[in-house]
Design a protein around this ligand. Structure first.
Ligand code: GDP
Length: 195
């Protein structure tokens, strides 16, 4: 299973699947080139230092953060493209996530158009679960090559009952807010699921 890369956190945990309170798995899904790895590096706070210790790609990022006064550990997995489409690994990825970021690039309409299919696959794999799904329009800094407007993004998210946000991994814009939003969504859905 993917190696764990410890970021700015003060503890390293093994990535076994036993559910620990306050530890959540966040999966990055989406087309090649939309910015998943760049976002994962920012989320892990490790993009300046990673890849020096082994020749394995570092694909799991751990981040400790405090949201609304409560400590949380997010394990961010950038494994979606690792083994090719429709493989065991992808199915496993859909099964183990506590939250999903469906990332597209606002400069690549194709990556946006493939989101509904991706979401259908997720909902088929996890039909009865309260799982937060956030559509993430990345590369918001590339205004001149934008192919998908913010209104279109919001509107699709509304139709699919997901949250919507835009980020620029290049400028670190909205990335911290997104992570905190993920934590709040996970807590909210867990509370709803328990009622
Ligand atoms: P992945 O295939 O989804 O993991 O995408 P990567 O993270 O490898 O990013 C693909 C390319 O897009 C790289 O050259 C990144 O530097 C670039 N990139 C990622 N995010 C942004 C962004 O927000 N703005 C800009 N301008 N480029 C980005």
């Amino acid at each position: 299973w993917p190696s764990v890369h410890s970021g700015s956190s003060d503890s390293v945990r093994s990535s076994d699947s036993s559910p620990e309170p306050g530890v959540y798995k966040v999966m990055l899904l989406g087309d090649h080139g939309v910015g998943k790895t760049t976002l994962a590096g920012i989320f892990g706070g490790t993009q300046d230092t990673f890849s020096h210790e082994s020749d394995h790609p570092e694909d799991t990022y751990e981040r400790n953060l405090e949201v609304d006064g409560e400590k949380t550990t997010l394990m961010v997995y950038d494994i979606w493209e690792q083994s090719g489409p429709h493989t065991w690994m992808q199915d496993n990825c859909l099964q183990m996530g506590d939250a999903f970021l469906l990332v597209f690039s606002v400069t690549d309409r194709g990556s946006f158009q493939r989101l509904p299919g991706l979401l259908l696959r997720l909902r088929t794999a996890r039909p009865h679960r309260h799982i937060p799904v956030i559509l993430v329009g990345n590369k918001g800094d590339l205004a001149r090559s934008r192919e998908v407007s913010m209104e279109e993004g919001r509107s699709l998210a509304g139709m699919l009952s997901c949250k919507y946000t835009e980020t620029s991994a290049a400028l670190h814009h909205n990335t911290q807010e997104l992570l905190e939003g993920v934590v709040r969504q996970i807590r909210l859905r867990k509370d709803e699921g328990e009622r």
